[in-house]
Design a protein around this ligand. Structure first.
Ligand code: GLN
Length: 476
């Protein structure tokens, strides 16, 4: 038996009972990483001694007879956009090369307090913007694992750690989860503290779990949810009870198939992906839910609004990379020339594209036409969701328009890359929770995800539907 193949809930019990040690589990992950890292490339920073030390600490705790914590000894991967004091945090950009924060972000502190072992930092595409990266999809190493949380998805899909943490600004947890056959969750905005997360687009960024099962995702989300006084946008609510609702089923729930995101509004969603959505509808209906078509008209403008708002916020957030305060510097004759040279040399093409789009949209004369208008679209999306949620408890759609595409595809055409998030973006604009659940494979045999969307704070209901889909067997 390969320990790394088992779920977190089972592993915690095995460690608690003394059947296995936390160190054995970490060694199982290390063996897996050593065998596959060259091929998959999921990790940005690894230091096995740190992971081993944490595991030994967990084992000493267990041996003392003290009660074990919820994630006792479980190896977790952390996307390299979260500050960690034992590993560097480089955000996939040379402008953060060698940066070693003094303190952990809140989420890492929560994970460690719950007994988790930090296995290492996982690869992010540059600054959490989706661009072609070096990480491969474990289901087919010639394909993309999705992004920007590419490493977090690939590491869990290849059982190199039991679960992982990612960031989702426009879909970067749910889309790679779908492409790698995992459960991926973007919680309600403010549910999980962003303190110590490197900001991409602050009004959209949210942190969430990748896991192999719905129960593991629920366990992890319970641990990282809750109010944090260090994040002013953190919601003053306790963590939701998720594990306790997983067997409640969907009997009597009203579920809407989000029409605009499932073939009738946006183009490019492939028929094999839509066929899996149909199968999910059947499974939910068979479990007692009422499933009907639902309309959220303004979601068709989501992609356009996002690609103004997210670059606008990114252009402002990324102004800190100026060669003055930290990081590498490229010299220039004047301060301005030095800054320009540093940014020209340091940022990759996609990040530069976002900064240009964002500064343009925010500049005098264009602000109302682009940024102002996009904010209005965001309000319309919220309004249309609110109307839909008067009639429905949950909505469903595909997560990504296609299965994983070949590495290197779409690199010449940014629009094709942007379209990957057409189904995930509306929930970020609304601040609502949404998750991807694996639900079978497409014509090419690669995983397909179904997205479940819920109103703000609706995580518990969302997880009930996810558990039903998982149990229905349609995921196989
Ligand atoms: N693909 C989106 C982008 O590049 C989403 C990024 C994210 O969620 N971090 O902006």
């Amino acid at each position: 038996m390969d320990l790394a193949d088992l779920g977190a809930t089972q592993l915690v019990q095995m460690i608690e009972s003394g059947e296995i040690s936390a160190l054995e589990l970490v060694e199982a992950c290390i063996t897996r990483i050593d065998a596959k890292e060259e091929e998959i490339g999921a990790w940005a920073h690894l230091d096995y001694n740190i992971a081993r030390k944490q595991a030994e600490h967990c084992d000493a705790h267990q041996a003392s007879g003290a009660p074990c914590d919820p994630l006792h000894g479980i190896p977790v991967g952390i996307k390299d956009i979260f500050d960690t004091n034992e590993y560097p945090t480089e955000n996939g950009t040379v402008l953060d090369a060698g940066r070693k924060p003094d303190e952990n972000c809140t989420v890492v502190n929560q994970l460690m307090a719950a007994g988790a072992v930090i296995m290492g930092k996982t690869v992010t595409t540059e600054l959490a913007v989706y661009s072609p990266g070096k990480t491969a999809n474990p289901h087919d190493v010639n394909r993309t694992p999705g992004g920007s949380s590419s490493g977090s998805a690939a590491a869990v899909a290849d059982n190199q750690c039991i679960f992982s943490i990612g960031g989702d600004t426009g879909g970067s947890i749910r889309q790679p989860a779908a492409l790698c056959g995992l459960v991926g969750v973007k919680p309600t905005y403010g549910r999980v503290s962003r303190y110590g997360l490197v900001a991409f687009a602050s009004s959209l960024d949210q942190i969430g779990p990748f896991a192999a099962t719905v129960a593991d995702a629920a366990l992890l989300l319970e641990v990282i949810s809750g109010h944090d006084p260090l994040d002013s946008t953190s919601i003053a609510e306790p963590a939701p009870g998720l594990l306790s609702v997983l067997d409640q089923g969907v009997e009597g729930l009203r579920i809407g198939i989000l029409d605009e995101l499932s073939g009738h509004g946006v183009e490019g969603i492939s028929p094999d992906v839509l066929a899996r959505l149909d199968a999910a509808v059947e499974a939910l209906t068979a479990a007692g839910a009422t499933v009907e078509r639902a309309s959220v008209p303004a979601t068709v403008y989501g992609l356009s609004a996002y690609y103004v708002i997210a670059p606008a916020e990114a252009s402002s957030n990324l102004s800190r990379y100026d060669g003055v305060r930290f990081g590498p510097r490229t010299d220039g004759a004047t301060t301005n020339e030095m800054m320009m040279a540093t940014r020209t040399e340091g940022f990759g093409d996609e990040v530069k594209r976002r900064i240009m789009l964002g500064t343009y949209a925010l500049s005098a004369g264009y602000y109302d036409a682009y940024y102002g208008k996009s904010q209005k679209v965001r309000t319309l999306i919220l309004k249309d969701f609110a109307e839909a949620y008067e009639k429905f408890d949950l909505l469903i759609s595909p997560t990504a328009p296609t299965t994983a595409f070949p590495l290197g595809d779409k690199t010449e055409d940014p629009m094709q890359m942007y379209l990957q998030d057409v189904c995930t973006i509306p929930s970020n604009l609304a601040g609502h929770p949404a998750m991807s659940v694996p639900f079978g494979v497409g014509d090419d045999g690669l995983p397909v995800g179904v997205q479940i969307l819920a109103p703000a704070m609706g995580e518990a209901t969302m997880f009930r539907a996810a558990a039903v889909l998982e149990k229905s067997g349609g995921a196989q």
